[in-house]
Design a binder for this molecule. Structure first.
Ligand code: NAD
Ligand code: USQ
Length: 392
């Protein structure tokens, strides 16, 4: 297939592009490289020494002799170039990662809030708009988030894959309908993903676009079989308080002997998936498009759930590094249960990679190898969800 990967220089996008290319697809990466500039803004780069995109692509060409094309453009802003690219490449699938993806980054200031909404919503709308004009038969595979469902209100009920049966009652009349599961975002970032869902709903209904929205859990790990082929293909490893995600952060903290930064009681339960499964799921999803006119296909892309304090206790037990409970910088339920349906992904044939000592040790070993690149002052998350209220 001809596949365009929007955001293909990022943490999920780079290994996905390699995996798709390794499986014989013709891949074109589109990225404006904003994530690399954000490293500079935050003064915290990837723990692993990621190479410039040109070097990455040369390394892949030399390793596998299957070239990946690269186009630098801003999906949210360079609309004409995006539409032209779709016309030129005639993609059969478009994988869309090109959004600002960190919840703490999205909550840092009014500028960060507005940037996250402008970038994410405009990027998604531009992709859909350009598909209508220039690639109406392509299949859009979007990376959404489990966080659209929210946490804490369902009390043990299984979270379905995107839709739920509901009875609407108004004016003495009731109607049984199937609706998008009610959105309950916990950050500006997560909110943009709930807005994406409505854009998908509209464009599928009005224009018959073929869309799969993958509601992905927290991705952990960093290496895939393809990124392991050559040091120059190494993937990002975010550890800082804005972009680092919980499990990779704990493993990295364990590697350098930093107390494990549990927010509040650590009673938050979240969904997880290993990066190796991310790339496989996307490949499987891309190969099985819905039909034109179908409703948006929503798949919960996660393989297991864990409570934050249990993860910390497990890693502390493995490594002897202590756990440190911190005042929670976020506004989130102190405790929640999470039961998630993931039947569609299993039906697509994914054999889930489960959390194991071996895989966690692999991440700790990678973190140890690059430990001297860590800036310890960037570890604790500083982004506050709630602004202090000025005294009267
Ligand atoms: P990332 O920040 O590492 O990668 C995103 C890439 O998109 C970057 O290379 C960035 O430069 C590019 N980009 C952003 N805005 C762009 C624009 N306007 N035009 C062109 N390129 C743009 O993030 P990631 O961890 O790879 O996440 C990718 C997607 O997967 C995101 O949409 C995110 O919401 C979703 N996701 C990630 C996780 C996770 O744990 N990392 C979990 C669930 C869902
Ligand atoms: N947490 C800690 N200590 C830390 C970091 C996080 O206790 O040092 C807690 C947070 O308070 C939160 C949980 O761990 O309760 C998860 O935080 P996270 O930063 O790992 O994940 P999140 O902010 O939800 O975002 C990440 C990705 C995002 C993706 C989302 C999937 O950055 O792109 O959409 O995971 S999900 O969580 O399923 O919505």
């Amino acid at each position: 297939m001809r596949i365009i990967v929007l955001g293909g220089d990022g943490f999920c996008g780079w290994p996905t592009s390699l995996h798709l290319s390794a499986n014989g697809h013709h891949v074109t990466i589109v990225d404006n490289l904003v994530r690399r500039r954000t490293d500079t803004e935050l003064g915290a780069s990837s723990l692993t020494p990621i190479r410039p995109i040109e070097e990455r692509l040369t390394a892949w060409r030399e390793t596998r002799n299957s070239p990946i094309d690269f186009v630098e453009l801003d999906v949210a802003k360079d609309y004409d170039a995006l539409e032209e690219l779709f016309r030129e490449v005639r993609p059969e699938a478009i994988v869309h990662f090109a959004e600002q993806r960190a919840a703490p980054y999205s909550m840092k200031s009014p500028r960060h809030k507005r940037y996250t909404v402008d970038n994410n919503v405009n990027a998604t709308n531009a992709v859909l708009c350009a598909m209508v004009e220039a690639a109406p038969d392509a299949h859009l595979v979007h990376l959404g988030t489990m966080g659209v469902y929210g946490y804490g209100k369902t009390k043990g009920m299984t979270i379905p894959e995107g839709y739920i049966d509901a009875t609407l009652r108004s004016g003495g009349v009731s109607a049984d309908v199937e609706i998008l599961y009610p959105a309950d975002p916990g950050s500006i970032y997560h909110m943009t993903k709930t807005l994406d869902q409505l854009l998908f709903y509209y464009y599928a209904k009005n224009d018959g676009l073929k869309i799969t929205d993958l509601h992905q859990g927290i991705v952990w790990g960093t290496a895939t079989p393809e990124t392991d082929l050559d040091e120059r293909l190494i993937n990002r490893f975010d550890y800082d308080g804005d972009y680092g995600t919980v499990l990779n952060r704990f493993l990295m903290q364990a590697a350098i002997g930093h107390p494990l930064t549990v927010h509040g009681s650590g009673g938050q339960t979240r969904a997880f998936i290993h990066i190796r499964d991310t790339v496989r799921c996307i490949h499987k999803a891309a190969q099985t498009p819905p039909k034109r006119g179908d409703r948006v296909r929503i798949i919960n892309q996660m393989t297991e759930t864990h409570r934050v304090r249990d993860l910390a206790a497990m890693i502390s037990g493995m490594t002897g590094v202590p756990v440190e409970h911190q005042l929670n910088p976020r506004k989130e339920a102190p405790e929640n249960d999470l039961v998630v349906a993931n039947d569609m992904l299993l039906k697509l044939g994914l054999q889930p990679t489960r959390l194991s000592d071996g895989l966690m040790t692999e991440v700790v070993a990678i973190a140890r190898r690059y430990a001297e690149r860590c800036d310890r002052s960037k570890i604790v998350s500083q982004s506050q969800w709630v602004r202090p209220v000025a005294a009267e």
